[in-house]
Design a protein around this ligand. Structure first.
Ligand code: ATP
Ligand code: MG
Length: 352
């Protein structure tokens, strides 16, 4: 059987539908650099994020689709690539930081529910999946990213600009470097927002697919001003699965929605506990409560992260669990949440 034409191969690839974007991969323009030789075919599939959870599946489906129209091919080479699209910025927001394609706030209502832990681990997971990632610790009240991604270095200056630190591929900067840790902070909202704007504008950020912003807890003046002024792609709400946390989480969620900042999803942290002795699962709070609440509100649940001593220990060590023990079930939970987040962002770019 002779080799098929490029059109025949493309037509066969048209059977592969991206379930998020609702169109086939050829129509979406994902298929690039097609080369058809007598006994081989090569092309690339350019996805909207390297963190696409469908990556391996798309590759296999593409190979099968080509095999169908070219059974005698000796080699079918499908290269998976990604180009994260720039998300649309809400009108009226500052035109700052064009080097970040997406700026994502990690927020909660209540303090201590694991925002910073989730932020550093999502950053580590997105980096591991091949994305260019930055992390801005905007929590002036208790900056902890500088501890959770510990290095001995301090940020250096390049002329007037601050150079972000880098650890395991994550570029980050923390309010912790700029304020005296022992002095209580009594800044009002606009001052907080101004300081964050400075960290966006006066830091020499590299090109980033995703810049995560670890917000201070609460839904007060500071958070409101940030949601208004910082050109956010969307927000991720972190909550523990109990009403005390969920009531304030919902308040946070409503605040972002009022500001027209899309909610990219909720993460249920400290969801359950697996006993290291008997391997039985116990609910410390009520497993699934945050997920249930998210469903009621029409928000995606990006992941359920267990209460796990190694997560806390890795935070203390200054290395996220995703980097420290990437094959652990907890790291896997964060990686899956990062994939869902990237997916949620990609869907958003398509809707606008
Ligand atoms: N899933 C988890 N399992 C075990 N420990 C956790 C988990 N999530 C967070 N922790 C621990 O709980 C503490 C609080 O977490 P973290 O600092 O991330 O919360 P936060 O919401 O950022 O707090 P704040 O509101 O003060 O900014 C930390 O010591 C952290 O290591
Ligand atoms: Mg924090």
């Amino acid at each position: 059987m002779s080799k098929p034409t490029e059109k025949q191969i493309l037509d066969s690839l048209r059977t592969i539908i991206d379930p998020d974007l609702g169109k086939d991969i050829v129509t979406l323009g994902f298929v690039k650099d097609m080369k058809v030789a007598d006994d081989s075919v090569s092309f690339s599939i350019n996805l909207t994020t390297p963190a696409c959870p469908m990556k391996a599946q798309f590759k296999k489906m593409a190979e099968d689709a080509v095999r169908k129209v070219f059974p005698s091919a000796g080699k079918i080479e499908v290269t998976m690539e990604a180009n994260v699209r720039q998300s649309p910025r809400a009108q009226g927001q500052l035109e700052i930081l064009p080097s970040a394609k997406n700026i994502v706030a990690i927020a909660s209502g209540k303090g201590g529910v694991g925002k910073s832990t989730v932020a550093v681990n999502l950053a580590a997971a997105l980096t591991k999946l091949g994305a260019k990632v930055g992390l801005l610790d905007a929590d002036i009240y208790g900056p902890s990213v500088s501890m959770m991604l510990r290095t001995d270095e301090k940020p250096k200056l390049n002329g007037e600009m601050i150079l972000p630190l880098e650890k395991d591929g994550i570029h980050y900067i923390s309010m912790g470097f700029l304020i005296d840790g022992s002095t209580p902070i009594i800044w009002r909202g606009p001052m907080v927002a101004k300081a964050i704007e400075q960290l966006l504008q006066e830091v020499e950020w590299p090109e980033m697919d995703y810049l995560l912003v670890d917000l201070p807890p609460g839904t007060g003046d500071a958070q409101l001003t940030i949601a208004q002024r910082v050109p956010l792609t969307g927000a991720v709400i972190v909550s523990t699965p109990n009403d005390v946390a969920l009531v304030t989480a919902k308040r946070g969620l409503a605040m972002f929605e009022k500001m027209n900042v899309p909610i990219l999803g909720m993460i249920e942290n400290m969801s359950f506990f697996v006993c290291p002795h008997c391997s039985k699962e116990s609910g410390i709070f009520t497993k699934g409560r945050a997920e249930e609440e998210a469903a009621k509100l029409g928000v995606a649940c990006l992941g359920m992260i267990p209460l796990e001593p190694s997560i806390a220990a890795s935070g203390e060590k200054g290395v996220p669990i995703v980097t420290l023990d990437p094959s652990s079930s907890t790291a896997t939970a964060f990686i899956s949440a990062a994939e869902k987040l990237a997916q949620s962002i990609a869907k958003l770019s398509k809707e606008k």
